[in-house]
Design a binder for this molecule. Structure first.
Ligand SMILES: N[C@@H](CCC(=O)N[C@@H](CS)C(=O)NCC(=O)O)C(=O)O
Length: 190
């Protein structure tokens, strides 16, 4: 249900790596389970355990998965960072504000961010279906849970207004790995 955990789950599916998924009751009576807090004292999902070593923070889990499945890596670290900055500094905070309070000011700010994403897609050398070209990478995986939630709830990425973003999101959401991790109910990201 959590978009950060969905990132890790999509990446594992895309990588075709064997894994075992354990859901954690975060807000149930009795608090978080001790085994989980032992893995991540911050008490946040996801935690990816590789050969007994826990990796917390969803972006770090994506980097760890891309090391095991290099086809998911971005062509350069700087491309990874650019898209990550767009998400962390722009879409995630501005999207959150718009969801919490869909005032005309917050919705206008969200449209500005979508236009920035669109412009960045337009600038890509060689284009391709995904953020870093023809192949889906962890840059796409990182972004899709957040964009999917916004699109599902607010229908904010119109095909006419934002054709490249619309097409990119549809290409991501059509992936089998994304479909498998799509829950009928989900959380926002706070
Ligand atoms: N920065 C973290 C954020 C993860 C996060 O906020 N997860 C939420 C669920 S969507 C959580 O575990 N919340 C539990 C809590 O706040 O106690 C990451 O990228 O992994």
């Amino acid at each position: 249900m959590c978009p950060f955990a969905q990132r890790t789950w999509i990446a594992l599916e895309e990588a075709g790596l064997p894994y075992k998924l354990t859901e954690v009751s975060l807000y149930g009576a009795g608090g978080k389970p001790k085994w989980f807090l032992d893995l991540n004292p911050k008490g946040l999902v996801p935690v990816l355990v590789i050969d007994g070593q826990p990796v917390a923070e969803s972006e770090a889990t994506l980097d760890a998965i891309a090391e095991l499945a290099p086809s998911l890596a971005t062509p350069t670290p700087s491309k990874r960072q650019q898209w990550r900055d767009m998400l962390e500094q722009r879409l995630i905070p501005v999207g959150k504000a718009a969801v919490l309070n869909p005032s005309s000011k917050n919705m206008a700010a969200l449209r500005v961010v979508i236009a920035e994403w669109e412009a960045k897609l337009r600038e890509r050398p060689g284009k391709g279906h995904f953020l870093c070209g023809e192949a889906l990478s962890i840059a796409d995986v990182s972004a899709v849970p957040f964009w999917s939630r916004l699109q599902e709830e607010m229908d904010c990425v119109g095909a006419e207004e934002f054709p490249l973003t619309h097409e990119w999101l549809a290409a991501c959401r059509a992936r089998e790995a994304v479909r498998r991790t799509q829950m009928s109910s989900w959380w926002w990201w706070w």
